[in-house]
Design a protein around this ligand. Sequence first.
Ligand code: PMP
Length: 296
Amino acid sequence: MGSALIYIDGEFFPKEQAKISVYDHGVLYGDGIYEGIRAYAGSVFQLSEHLDRLYRSARSIRLAIPVEKPDMVDLVLETLRRNELRDAYIRLIVTRGVGPISPDPRTCPRASIIIITEPLDPVHGADATTRGLRAVIVSTRRDAIDATSHEIKSLNYMNSLLARMEATVAGADEAIVLDPRGFVCESPICNLFIVQGERLATPAVSSGILHGITRSHVMTLGREMGMAVEERDITPYELINADEVFLTGTHAEIVPVVMINGIAIGSGAVGAHTGALIQSYQRITRDPRYGIGIDQ
Ligand code: PMP
């Protein structure tokens, strides 16, 4: 296959020619939204749920997406077909569009839609699931729910990037971000869970987390495995003293964290509950009932 084809506003461009205006407010102000989606074995996992979240993000920032949801499904599938991809990472972006240099969103007449599809690379490296990650709690706090909350999946990821850079400087694999009150929130691009005995806990949406789609599957799978599942405030002390800690996200799936701030979590190896959840989650991602077929 030749160069990857990128969808922009009704046309497909080879990767090298896929360009947008420097006057797009997505570039000038981070004014826009996105979704990260995955296709497994010819089926786009949870595509409807991702589009529901995209349109909720759009509503929250008063952005009119110039395409209805069913047509957006077709555009995603068509981009995958044109790129001959069956297993892929899909980045769907809607920017505010082109306008004058001043930041008033009303001056941008039409939002732009961009769809990038790529073969997959593991986010945290090929052996992250078996080795586990070393994380640090960083000083950058999650943006408040009444500020640039990550409940809106916007193009403004500076808060996450600052956290990520702190982890890199500390020599760790990943950052853990606290909410403005000091409770555990999430990692830059993943939700977080702790296991305490037979209990599974994850920060509530009141911590300013993204309403993660993987997170909601993991809560269901935990209940099916007989665990008590709680959405609640988690202190850094509870995090460090948990039996198991793991991160969840569409791209990363479920990734164990085996050390935080230099302290081993539980035995310091990947825990049994995390391992079982990884297996169950892998099963549903490959179950076509949870997705929309690329060739439908
Ligand atoms: N939190 C943040 C800030 C994210 O960017 C992501 C990845 N989209 C997640 C959590 C995980 O969400 P999901 O499981 O829906 O991919």
